[in-house]
Design a protein around this ligand. Structure first.
Ligand SMILES: Nc1nc(=O)c2c([nH]1)NC[C@@H]1CN(c3ccc(C(=O)N[C@@H](CCC(=O)O)C(=O)O)cc3)CN21
Ligand SMILES: CC(C)C(=O)C(=O)O
Ligand SMILES: [Mg+2]
Length: 269
């Protein structure tokens, strides 16, 4: 089967087919995820928390993201149907155009197919510039963990009417600027539904309800391996005597069928 790319994902949205995304940080889990039918693998800066034991994603460097991207790319290419690899640019590695281009170069040369950036309308010139250099971008809105110190914690975003309207405007502006995907984290389900209907590009959700075009979870969370605070949007798929492979397959099946997430995994306005 041919590898997944951004056009494959766009076609899924156009045909109203849901798709699944999972984080992975190494070759073994990347191959298992791709073989289970996950369409995109996110090499997330959450690796700072789940692999490194940091209290936030802020300490993660571009070199670390490139290292894990290279590991994931090696496993992914052994899969029967390789997934799209998307890598987070970490904290303070894309504040200027020059920095963004250099950071993106490092992770793309390590094997990423696209990059993910946290931010709103300030990302527009960066997305345009990366696009001109051939780098597809996912823009991450809502709870953007790299801004945890500004938010004062990991809180649901867009609950106030004014903030919700601003998020809709930003989503449309980012898609218009050439963002190939959007990701919404911890936003009220009704707001995520409205944004998903307002943009042509696929929208991936985490803690954003069931109306988005796709879902993502941190792999450790969906395997029930998070020993710390487990966010409300997480479901453990490694139940009923399942192994890792079966848990990944169950996640893919439930996302594609629209049975995960349920209402209990979402947030109200
Ligand atoms: N293991 C792991 N899973 C993740 O999903 C994740 C990471 N790490 N690290 C980076 C960010 C941080 N994330 C988080 C962390 C905590 C909450 C959380 O506790 N949220 C509250 C909602 C609070 C409110 O109602 O405003 C919750 O109860 O889920 C959400 C996202 C998501 N990302
Ligand atoms: C939680 C997801 C969306 C992420 O950005 C990460 O894993 O770093
Ligand atoms: Mg991240």
């Amino acid at each position: 089967m041919s590898p997944i790319n951004i056009r494959t994902l766009q076609a899924k949205k156009d045909q109203q087919e849901k798709f699944s995304v999972l984080t992975a940080y190494d070759a073994t889990f990347a191959q298992l995820a791709a073989d289970a039918g996950v369409d995109a693998i996110l090499v997330g800066d959450s690796l700072g928390m789940v692999l490194q034991g940091q209290d936030s994603t802020l300490p993660v460097t571009v070199a670390e993201m490139a290292y894990h991207t290279a590991c994931v790319a090696r496993g992914n290419r052994r899969a029967a149907r390789p997934a799209l690899i998307m890598t987070d640019l970490p904290f303070m590695s894309y504040g200027t155009l020059e920095q963004a281009l250099d950071s993106a170069r490092q992770v793309m040369q390590a094997g990423a197919h696209m990059v993910k950036l946290e931010g709103d309308d300030w990302l527009i010139p960066i997305i345009e510039s990366l696009g001109r250099q051939g780098v597809p971008v996912c823009a991450h809105l809502g709870l953007t963990p790299q801004s945890v110190n500004k938010f004062g914690g990991y809180r649901v975003q867009g609950r106030e009417q004014e903030r919700a309207e601003a998020m809709v405007r930003h989503a449309i502006a980012l898609a218009d600027a050439g963002a190939d995907l959007l990701l919404l984290e911890c936003v009220p389900s009704a707001l995520a539904e409205r944004i998903t209907a307002s943009v042509r590009v696929p929208v991936i959700g985490i803690g954003a309800g069931s109306a988005t075009d796709a879902q993502v979870l941190v792999m450790h969370d969906m395997l029930g391996l998070n020993p710390n605070h487990v966010p409300k949007f997480v479901k453990n798929f490694m139940t009923d005597g399942r192994g890792v492979k079966e848990a990944f397959a169950a996640y893919v099946q439930e996302v594609e069928a629209g049975t995960f997430p349920g209402p209990e995994h979402g947030f109200n306005a």
